[in-house]
Design a protein around this ligand. Structure first.
Ligand code: UD2
Ligand code: MN
Length: 330
């Protein structure tokens, strides 16, 4: 039921060692069932909503680099166990040149026995999450593409409201509420429907309170989708044709960072809209530090991505970015 795992005193030294591998409590994660149950954290009004029978189906694309076995498989199980199978075209795992043995043959053999087709694609070299997602999207068949990070847990009823909103308007790109899975105890904690995505002039993604005008537009009905300026980046569904129409991602972005704001600006500036569908809840393990290497240097990679974002989509507003991050000009 998403309860916290408490590690006995005697194991705490070992626990701290293992924490470093993924920058979350791997020992705790490994103690939890791959198909653990979770509370239904939805608003009451969401539980009784009825969605059309005919919804577009989706491919679920999950990219990973050196992900832990238990978090990766728990993500996959939560997708398979909490989605109506007729809506799930396939699950696509894109391995961004991981170095761990268990992510090779062991993983391939394991997923063969799952109830939904799970396809594994391997990047030839470390490419970063953007190009890995592009590879997954290109190989997918569903009418909708749903992206998830490799350490998520989908809760009951997560998929239908996302697909229903896209069916209503295929230019609407939708995110679930991202619940918090503690990096320390793996406790599942409901996220708020009263925050949405923004950014600061360093071009960092930030959460902000949903403004009153957006509450008014929805006549106070919190079960209706929230229009959000930006998305966190890891968890969203998009109509395949619309994704292609707007030019997918910027394939020139490396490793990590910036692509979430880039996609958000792209959507709003290409005739679409971005929403948080408050009846859909998916958990994510938020980390305080990054567990992997950034070939080329963390700062350099993120700056490069952010400059591309600023130059392409921000017109004269890019100056705010350059003023606040001097020395980062071309
Ligand atoms: C957030 C997003 C993430 C992405 C990122 C900005 C959420 C919950 N997460 O950071 O999806 O938008 O902001 O770029 O919104 N990965 C690779 N190759 C790499 C690096 C990462 O495949 O070189 C995978 C990684 O294993 C994970 C996913 O990409 O499955 C996202 O990476 P993260 O979990 O480190 O990003 P996060 O959650 O800190
Ligand atoms: Mn993540």
């Amino acid at each position: 039921m998403g309860k916290a795992v408490l590690i006995p005193k005697d194991d705490q030294e070992k626990m701290k060692e293992l924490f470093k591998i993924n920058q979350f409590n791997l020992m705790a994660s490994d103690l939890i069932a791959l198909n653990r149950s979770l509370p239904d954290v939805r608003l009451e009004g969401c539980k009784t909503k009825v969605y059309p029978d005919e919804l577009p189906n989706t491919s679920v694309v999950i990219v990973f680099h050196n992900e832990a076995w238990s978090t990766l498989l728990r993500t996959v199980y939560s997708v398979i166990n909490r989605s109506p199978h007729y809506l799930l075209s396939e699950v696509i795992l894109v391995d961004d040149a991981s170095e761990r043995d268990f992510l090779k043959l062991t993983l391939e053999n394991y997923v063969k026995n799952l109830e939904v087709p799970v396809k594994i694609i391997r990047m030839e070299e470390r490419s970063g999450l953007i190009r890995a997602r592009l590879r997954g999207a290109a190989a997918s068949k569903g009418q909708v593409i749903t992206f998830l990070d490799a350490h998520c847990e989908c809760t009951v009823g997560w998929l239908e409201p996302l697909l229903a909103r896209i069916k209503e308007d295929r230019k609407t790109v939708v995110c679930p509420i991202i619940d918090v899975i503690s990096d320390d105890t793996f406790e599942y904690m409901a996220g708020s429907d009263m925050t949405y995505g923004g950014f600061n002039w360093k071009l960092n993604f930030r959460w902000y309170p949903v403004p009153q005008r957006e509450m008014d537009r929805r006549k106070g009905d919190r079960t209706l989708p929230v229009r959000t300026p930006t998305m966190a980046g890891g968890l969203f569904s998009i109509d395949r044709n619309y994704f292609e129409e707007i030019g997918t991602y910027d394939a020139g972005m490396d490793i990590w960072g910036g692509e979430n704001l880039e996609m958000s600006f792209r959507i709003w500036q290409c005739g679409g809209s971005l929403e948080i569908v408050t009846c859909s809840h998916v958990g994510h393990v938020f980390r305080k530090a990054t567990p992997y290497t950034f070939p080329g240097g963390t700062g350099h990679v993120i700056n490069k991505n952010n400059r591309r974002l600023a130059e392409v989509w921000m017109d004269e507003f890019k100056d705010f970015f350059y003023i606040i991050s001097p020395g980062k000009q071309f």
